[in-house]
Design a protein around this ligand. Structure first.
Ligand code: PGA
Length: 240
């Protein structure tokens, strides 16, 4: 595991954008694993800027997002489909047929997503945020790790964390469809970004804690190419 601390949240997020841009530069038909949430926004801003300057090209890039809410229309501005349109897809030359987000709420929908990732040759670089409870994607703390894309029931912690995007916690969908830990671990490289004091404990447990499904991100200790980027606050418990 590599761990880098930055002076600001923006710098940590932009560094993640840089790693993705480097991947695109080295392999024009890369498969990107993408994430939603507040954390990745500056990374997408940088990718858009580099695209506009002609530094990177998305013409042959394929993307697979981590997750989506169940029971929310894709046109709903709070859906992850809409988030990705707003922050990246509508601003670069990604081909619509090359972008993928999980959808549906059945085991078959999950398997179809796993098959699509495999058919694309697997994910070259997976961008991740992290929940305060150590979740990655919507892989919530649990008794065991889940391998493939699956439907999850969100924990109260996550519902409360995501309520800021909705009018109230009552409006947050209770279920989501998410890549599993197996999908994430199969990515050739993983870049996890964490910012803010509220993520400090999750970062500490991810890097120093026991590997346990109760802290889903802790399994990244076993990933052969995992880079964790934080600001000072999120890295504050990593003293030595
Ligand atoms: P955030 O979400 O970037 O909005 O904090 C991260 C996550 O829950 O994975």
């Amino acid at each position: 595991m590599e761990f880098h601390v930055y002076e600001s949240a923006r710098a940590a997020c932009e560094a993640a954008g840089m790693l993705i841009a480097a991947q695109i530069t080295r392999k024009g038909d890369s498969v990107l694993g993408l994430a939603t949430g507040s954390t990745p926004v500056p990374a997408y801003e940088k990718l858009v800027q580099w695209y506009q300057k002609g530094v990177i090209d998305f013409d042959r890039i394929r993307t697979f997002n981590l997750d989506e809410y169940v029971g929310i229309d894709h046109k709903n501005p709070l859906s992850y489909h809409a988030f990705m349109q707003e922050h990246l897809f509508s601003k670069v030359n990604l081909r619509p047929e090359n972008v993928h987000l999980p959808s549906g709420h059945s085991a078959a929908a999950g398997k179809a997503y796993d098959d699509a990732i495999r058919a694309a040759g697997g994910i070259d670089i997976q961008l991740l945020g992290i929940g305060r409870n150590g979740h990655i994607g919507f892989n919530e703390p649990a008794k065991e790790f889940t391998y493939g894309t699956h439907v999850v029931t969100l924990t109260q912690n996550t519902i409360e964390a995501n309520a800021r995007f909705f009018k109230s916690a009552d409006e947050v969908p209770r279920q989501a469809i998410s890549m599993g830990i197996g999908n994430i671990m199969a990515a050739k490289c993983v870049v996890l970004v964490a910012t803010g004091e509220s993520k400090a404990e999750a970062v500490y447990k991810t890097i120093r804690g026991p590997i346990t499904p109760e802290v889903p991100a802790s399994i990244l200790q076993l990933h052969p190419c995992c880079v964790i980027l934080t600001d000072r606050e999120a890295g504050s418990l990593m003293k030595d």
